[in-house]
Design a protein around this ligand. Structure first.
Ligand code: ATP
Ligand code: MG
Length: 190
């Protein structure tokens, strides 16, 4: 499978759909949020720095994220395709991703954008807070994450549009329907 960049607001289902895509197409998966939560669990220097920012709903600096991303990408088997989940989140990260892949003779593949209304997002994140207990899933931090998303990440949609690889999927109330729409598109790429 080609590389896939899964893109959307906090709670839009990036992780959930990534798992389903990995199962269907057998590709690699890089969730930068999961990588950072792993560092926090280990108590590493990166983890300590990341925790402060994540708990405030802010982004980790681009240069650090870009390093982490390249290292994780190079640790995966080459040639099976990778889903980038939670990266890029800024224009600088997107430019760096494009360059990093170009240097390896690879490309970005396609971008899959998940569009979900904000009330649904808030509801989902608060439900997840009760199940997973993520420290950043509380109303105040969620609002900050939405703000950061609108200001720093959403403008990237137009960047992908210009790259000619943006494909948009809108939530209409059913996970099965959303998944069917995404699979119908990805099946055409195999
Ligand atoms: P969800 O997992 O529901 O899609 P989310 O997108 O907010 O929600 P993660 O992708 O797990 O969650 O990211 C959690 C936090 O980790 C972010 O709020 C941010 O602080 C940090 N983070 C993750 N990826 C990046 C990135 N590419 N650049 C900067 N910070 C990041
Ligand atoms: Mg996630």
């Amino acid at each position: 499978m080609k590389n896939i960049i899964i893109f959307g607001a906090p709670g839009s289902g990036k992780g959930t759909y990534s798992d389903e895509i990995v199962t269907r197409y057998g590709m690699g998966h890089i969730s930068t949020g999961d990588v950072l939560r792993g560092e926090i669990k280990q108590g590493s220097d990166i983890g300590k720095m990341a925790k402060e920012l994540i708990d405030k709903g802010q982004l980790i600096p681009d240069d650090l994220m870009i390093q982490i991303l390249a290292k994780t990408y190079d640790s995966l088997p080459q040639g099976c395709g990778v889903i980038f989940d939670g990266f890029p989140r800024t224009i600088a990260q997107a430019e760096a991703l494009k360059l990093m892949l170009q240097e390896r003779g690879h490309d970005m593949g396609v971008m899959v954008e998940l569009i979900v209304d904000e009330d649904t997002l808030m509801e989902r994140l608060l439900r997840r807070a009760q199940i997973e207990g993520r420290a950043d899933d509380n109303v105040e931090t969620i609002k900050k994450r939405f703000e950061v998303y609108h200001n720093q990440t959403e403008p990237l949609a137009a960047w992908f549009e210009k790259e000619g690889i943006r494909h948009t999927f809108t939530w209409e109330g059913s996970k099965d329907q959303m998944l069917a729409n995404i699979f119908a598109f990805l099946d055409t790429l195999k």
